[in-house]
Ligand binder design. Structure first.
Ligand code: FE2
Length: 192
């Protein structure tokens, strides 16, 4: 379904192909994990994974950090459930303004808008599933989120701080939840 929402010139974007491939990688993970959880619809999970980064295709690289909200605004009237996935996917803790601000490249105007919108959203298991699948997905393959975080910190020569630690606790909690719901280790399921 992603094709009908892509703008005509998306392939001209520097990050276009990468985002397109990553969207499919997230979709496949979400479908696979959801297929082991009775209460979830695996096709819906696939669609949510596929669409979670749709906002990226409407932004230049310098504004890409706005893609959760842009995706949300694009779909909020036609597909409110997908819009919610777009808005929430980078934010395991809706009330952590400091994390939202950091994610928004210290753009306070953007962070405030996102924070306000998140305040009206009720968490559900699909939201957490896509947050997790996004974190374990690279362009075409999968990685444990702990390793991805480690790679990020090393690449940018950063030390984990309170925001990073809080974020890690939330992801750990989501992983445990998915392990329980699937009755297996989702890393094993994903071959990582
Ligand atoms: Fe994203």
């Amino acid at each position: 379904m992603i094709e009908q929402f892509l703008p005509a010139n998306w392939q001209l974007l520097a990050h276009g192909e990468r985002a397109y491939a990553h969207s499919h990688t997230v979709a496949n993970a979400a479908q696979k994990i959801a297929s082991h959880i009775a209460e979830l619809d695996a096709n819906k999970a696939y669609e949510y994974g596929l669409m979670h980064d749709i906002g990226k295709f409407y932004l230049s690289k310098s504004e890409i950090y706005k893609h959760p909200r842009i995706g949300y605004e694009l779909l909020r009237n036609s597909y409110p459930d997908i819009a919610t996935i777009c808005l929430t996917h980078p934010f395991p803790d809706f009330s952590n303004y400091e994390h939202i601000l950091r994610y928004s490249h210290e753009d306070e105007n953007e962070a405030r808008k996102v924070f306000e919108l998140l305040g009206n959203i009720e968490k559900n298991i699909y939201i957490e599933l896509i947050q997790f699948c996004d974190k374990i997905s690279r362009m075409n393959d999968y990685i444990r989120w702990e390793d991805k975080l480690q790679w990020y910190l090393e690449t940018y020569n950063l030390d984990p701080d309170e925001i990073t630690n809080q974020y890690s606790r939330h992801l750990k909690r989501i992983k445990q939840k998915l392990d329980t719901l699937t009755n297996m280790n989702v890393y094993t399921l994903m071959g990582i």
